[in-house]
Design a protein around this ligand. Sequence first.
Ligand code: NAD
Length: 260
Amino acid sequence: MKLKDKICIITGGASGIGYGIAERFIADGARVAIADLNGTSAQEAARKLTAKGPGSAIGIEMNVADEDMVNAGVDRVVAQWGRVDVLVSNAGIQIVHKIEDFPFAEWKKLLSIHLDGGFLTSKACIPHMKKAGGGSIIFMGSVHSKEASPLKSAYVTAKHGLLGLAREIAREGADYGVRTNVICPGFVKTPLVEKQIPEQAHDLGISEQDVVEKIMLGETVDKEFTTIADVAEVAHFFAAFESNALTGQSLVASHGWYMN
Ligand code: NAD
């Protein structure tokens, strides 16, 4: 049990990939704070996962783009468990439009959740990690940290930006054992993706089946979705990897969609 009693914060942990990572960490004995915009879902997820054990969870309502809420949430974790060992900065949304139709307010909202969220949660956790002698920060990137797709200007920009933030934290954190990684999944069937299928079909004027087969899985080697369990396994690997050897690195899990 490599994560036994490790104190972990997972943003966006009430749903999809974040929930799967929380489940994987708790199965390995971790204590996980599920920090989510939807406080009720965070509490519910924490109850369900604590019942499974052997680790445990608490739910925290947090908007990752709100500095006061982020600081209060991290303070609460430290008050309860004394430190922070692992931060998985995973909360995210998707908004798709052509650039010329992209409302500026929606561009700023997406960038704020992904980039301000990554920055603010890291900023709040790093002092605690330094004090404890180290820690692991994992950003949820995407194949869109490396590639572009039509209609996703804000998302692609944000996900590319997380690679830079991770590299920066790798440099600044090295002396204190604070290491960073970025996980870059291909398409994973979560509520975030289910919502995109009809939206993209409408915007591109094609069928939902074509969105899945040609757009989402068109470049994979086997036409398969990456699974939540796949991504959770990669997160566990990075969280449990104790030296600085892999710091600053990203890892793509995409069924061959992106291979570089
Ligand atoms: P999801 O919609 O299932 O879950 C996202 C969670 O984030 C939700 O619980 C939501 O309440 C929470 N959230 C949204 N805004 C928030 C905010 N401001 N503060 C705190 N929490 C907030 O989505 P998912 O597919 O599990 O996505 C999780 C992460 O994985 C995102 O960063 C996403 O970009 C990334 N990702 C997803 C896929 C995919 O195909 N699903 C692929 C690559 C990367």
